[in-house]
Design a protein around this ligand. Sequence first.
Ligand code: FBP
Length: 537
Amino acid sequence: MQRSPLEQQRAAYRPRVPRALAAGAGHLDLEAGPASRPVADAEEIRQQFPSAIGAPGLRFVEGDAAPVRKGPLAVGVVLSGGQAPGGHNVIAGIYDGLKEIDPASRLFGFLGGPKGIFTGVQRELDDAAIDAVRNTGGFDLIRSGRDKIETEEQLEACRKVCGELGLDGLVVIGGDDSNTNAAVLAEHFASRGSSTRVIGVPKTIDGDLRAEAVEMSFGFDTATKVYSELIGNICRDARSAGKYWHFIKLMGRSASHVTLECALRTQPNLALIGEEVQAQGTTLEAIAAQVVDVVKARKEAGRNYGVCLVPEGLIEFIPEMRVLIDEINHLLAEGGDAEPVALAAKLSDESARVFRGLPRKIQEQLLADRDSHGNVQVSLIETESLLIETVRERLGGGFKAHKHFFGYEGRCSTPSNFDADYTYTLGRIAPLLVAFDKTGYMCAVSNLSHPVDRWEACGVPLTSLMNMETRHGHRKPVIRKALVELDSPSFTHFRDARESWQVEDRYLYPGPIQLFGPAEVTDEAPRTMVLDRTGKA
Ligand code: FBP
């Protein structure tokens, strides 16, 4: 396949790994911490995961412990959910790690997401396949999918396929739901005497798969840097033209981490944070009033232009919209009519009033198909248009606005140095956990806010990330989604600074991701993560 000049240069990049891993597979030991506990609902989680509960956190250190499983090893890998930069490097890390353990080890890629496991659709990955994708964006090597492994038949089919391939390990690269699935698979396999170990890898550009022991999901850094470049360009265009407001919706199915990170990188005039809207119970009308105040103040200061960031998940945090969406979900789950007029007749009086007040297009988008987890597909709802319309109703024709949606632009970008190193390291950890006979663990790296030589390779028990939540009317064990915390250093920093960005222009122009050059520009870690971990801006 033809490669661009940058891809040719980038193929030669050798990702950096923590010191313990650089020592090599034969020179490692595994330190175990105390028994872990789920984030909540320990007793219910224990009942569902009797063999995994209480497993200790793990850390690889230099040493000479003999792995339990001697090579050659066979491992399967699957990509699950939305694309995120660095997925290919996770796979390259697994491949290199396996070959380091024993050159005769084998890696199989399940095709098209989790469905590839239970249908047994896979391909073996070799040197040529891996070398073609090192340090590239995308998931196209084996593609991804959003199918869930739910039923007893599917779980059993997975066990059978892994058994037939003789897999020592199965690595699930995915977000919170996919890693919950990995925990279920690990427990199922263990309870049926399967010798396949199941390991998860934290992936999502949304940045909402994080916890004390999981500092960041991969892909967030690159995606937010891509969006920040584009936002900076738009800020400069707005300032140059002096006549438009730009409303930019940013991906993030639920949490507003992406918006917060991009706001810190670009300092737009306004950035809405869904979690704050929810905490303060701010209605759509009240949000529009806040925007109107800033638009007017800027106009009076001679700046009839501006930039406002809108998180994709905002709609579900606005109190009256949350109630409305819950009612719609309930009606649709009961097989209700997805036609706006018919549906409005079945809503409560208050929700019917809210629904009828929405533009027809938004009504239809709220009724569109749910995803496989029963969620509204927020990426299909034009929250930015809704906001523009609500503001325009108050300001009239002098208010000229453009809408943008940045999401897909960043999900398959060439990974930043941070993500290239981080994902490769995650990949290298996975076969080591298998070799040390661990199952139901997530690969993790600690000290990510520091240079790579201070990073530590870890294993985090999946059950330690779990709590019980109600899904489709049933209580289920799930990995807790991390939302923006309003008392965190990153949010506090933003809250204290944002007023000064509203009327004056304090835009920052981050420019494109730099892969070559001085470390200050090539190796920058996510700002929100650094602030939250070190308190330093
Ligand atoms: P994951 O959590 O699976 O990584 O996906 C995140 C995401 O990129 C969200 O930001 C977005 O809402 C969603 O995927 C869109 O997915 P799709 O393109 O499948 O509708």
